[in-house]
Design a binder for this molecule. Structure first.
Ligand code: HEM
Length: 532
């Protein structure tokens, strides 16, 4: 290379450096100003009567990635049970008190029941559908009405036999895979298939007949990816708009997930359609309802796919998460397990295992389930609600388009309602004879059992199904097994996986059959394969 050319390149190179240094400096200043702006302007955000925003940290945050509930808890200690925080351009209000949650989300549900259009969850993956992602409008009402028909206590009687059967298979899979309790195992995939099969049966009148079925892997992978990509605080791309314009790996993952949902669930709808066209008497299920009412309800293909996916996306990791948290907790609390075994032996005996009808006779087992849901709700932040009008609460201004987070972590650790809240203590629920669905309707917020299923008009419509699934699984796990942790493998109850739905880090336990009737009952039924 000639000297002149070399010198030219050096000039070019050094002028590039100057440009890039200037650009970086400009970006840094812009980022600093962006994050610090609320520091200057927060006090100026008032309504026409001068009501200020609820107090909160001054800086704007780009995202909260790991264990956000801990940051929220620290802030609520400093700023109180209703505080505000800016995430990028979005104002969030965090509710850490049951009474405020009831006042805003339930009593003023007409104003606080929409959803923020998150870039990742609502715009990219679900495209504003699937009930959970719909704004509070007629489409949401229509989709929720269609889905809820399948989830009422009366409707689930129609799936009672299938749910009972899946609980049988859950216990049998643990029994067999652990070789009658002699080998330790990680229960995650078995709990996952249990929850998945229940959702497949309600949604598609089908099931998977082994954990190695490729559908189990695919559907669970989609549900896991959904939980990882849709945390209410965790994605910087949700809060910094320019990042949404460029092809980041995050955006690519969101689009891929959307396409995966359409592909997998679309194919399953077509299978149900083919069964119906072939004249088969397909049992009642969500997709049968969708196919039969598609024209009348004016559902397009994307509606059909997203609606058929919604139970699996919302009802698998949540329910299997509670079962996994139960197994993690109970194996670390042998004294609680011994009391549960005593109640089961005394009330149902050892000849038969508990059924749905025994729930009211086994208050301690019910209390255990509620205590697991309180101590380890799968969604610490529920799903944020969104306001559609300006509102003033207790002299504080809540502008239209504010996202409201139900901070279940703080609410579930409130000393006044739950003395010694960090201790796993089912006794606190003895005497509570209401289902979670019934309890959510109590007029006094402090009487409600817990908030794991959310609140108000967006409360989880799957609550009745989830309660039935959890009852059958947990009462039978306790009836069948001594559940033990391994001396050299402590189970972490603090850490977890998942950005929106939380499951424990992988762990292993031993499930040792408690008596001879366990095997006899388990071998009494064969695994069935339904048409897929
Ligand atoms: C232990 C299990 C479950 C837990 C803890 C749970 C929890 C939740 C929570 C916290 C919400 C948000 C509520 C709110 O915005 O206030 C929700 C919404 C939802 N859940 Fe569940 N859920 C569970 C099981 C299920 C099941 C089994 C299904 C389906 C059969 C389901 C379907 C839905 C749907 C469709 C929504 C969106 C509702 C809407 O936006 O209108 N969930 N769930």
């Amino acid at each position: 290379m000639s000297v002149a050319a070399d010198a030219g390149l050096q000039v070019l190179f050094s002028s590039d450096s100057v440009v890039s240094v200037r650009l970086s400096a400009a970006l840094l200043i812009a980022a600093f100003l962006f994050l610090a702006l609320p520091f200057c302007f927060r006090k100026n955000i008032v309504d026409k009567h001068g009501h200020p925003l609820p107090p909160g940290p001054l800086l704007r945050y780009a995202f909260l990635r790991k264990y956000p509930e801990r940051a929220l808890q620290a802030w609520s200690k400093t700023f109180g049970p209703l505080f505000s925080v800016f995430m990028g351009n979005q104002l969030f209000l965090v509710i850490s008190d049951a009474r405020i949650a009831r006042e805003l989300l339930v009593n003023n549900g007409a104003i606080f029941s929409s959803r923020r259009m998150y870039f990742m969850k609502n715009q990219t993956i679900l495209r504003g559908r699937a009930i959970t992602a719909s704004p509070y409008n007629d489409t949401w009402r229509q989709h929720r009405r269609i889905a809820s028909q399948l989830l009422t206590p009366k409707a689930i009687q129609g799936y009672a036999a299938e749910m009972d059967y899946e609980a049988h298979i859950l216990i049998r899979s643990l029994f067999r895979e652990s070789q009658m309790g002699s080998l330790p195992l990680n229960p995650a995939h078995i709990a996952g298939r249990y929850a998945l099969n229940n959702m497949l049966s309600i949604s598609f009148a089908t099931r998977t007949d082994s954990t190695s079925d490729p559908l189990v892997e695919r559907a669970l992978a989609l549900a896991t990816e959904f939980m990882d990509l849709t945390g209410p605080w965790s994605n910087i791309i949700d809060f910094i708009t320019p990042l949404q314009w460029i092809p980041t790996p995050m955006r690519t993952r969101g689009r891929k997930l959307h396409d995966g949902i359409i592909e997998v669930y679309g194919a399953m709808i077509l299978r149900v359609k083919a069964r119906m066209s072939a004249g088969e008497d397909v049992p009642d299920c969500l997709v049968k309802t969708l196919i039969e009412t598609q024209e009348q309800e004016r559902l397009d293909w994307e509606d059909m796919c997203m609606l058929s996916a919604v139970f699996t996306l919302g009802g698998v990791h949540s329910t299997s998460g509670v079962i996994q948290w139960f197994l993690a907790l109970i194996s670390s609390h042998p004294e609680i397990q011994a009391r549960a075994h005593e109640e089961l032996d005394r009330v149902v005996g050892r000849d038969f295992w508990p059924t749905a009808a025994d729930e009211h006779r086994l208050p301690y087992i019910r209390a255990i389930i509620k205590e697991v849901e309180r101590a380890h709700a799968p969604f610490w932040m529920a799903t944020p609600h969104y306001s559609t009008e300006d509102f003033v609460y207790n002299g504080m201004y809540i502008p239209k388009n504010t996202a409201l987070v139900l901070n279940c972590y703080d609410i579930h650790h409130n000393e006044e309602k739950y003395p010694d809240p960090y201790t796993f203590n089912p006794d606190r629920y003895l005497g509570d004879n209401l289902s979670c669905a019934e309890s959510s309707k109590l007029p006094n917020a402090m009487d409600r059992d817990h908030w794991a299923f959310g609140a108000g008009r967006r409360i989880c419509p799957g609550v009745h199904v989830a309660e039935r699934e959890l009852w059958l699984a947990i009462s039978r796990l306790l009836w069948s097994f001594d559940i033990k942790s391994l001396p050299d493998e402590p189970i972490s109850l603090e850490e977890y996986e998942g950005e929106s739905g939380r499951t424990p880090l992988p762990f292993r336990i031993q499930v040792i059959p408690r008596h001879d009737r366990v095997q006899a009952i388990l071998e009494a039924e064969d695994e069935i394969t339904l048409v897929k």
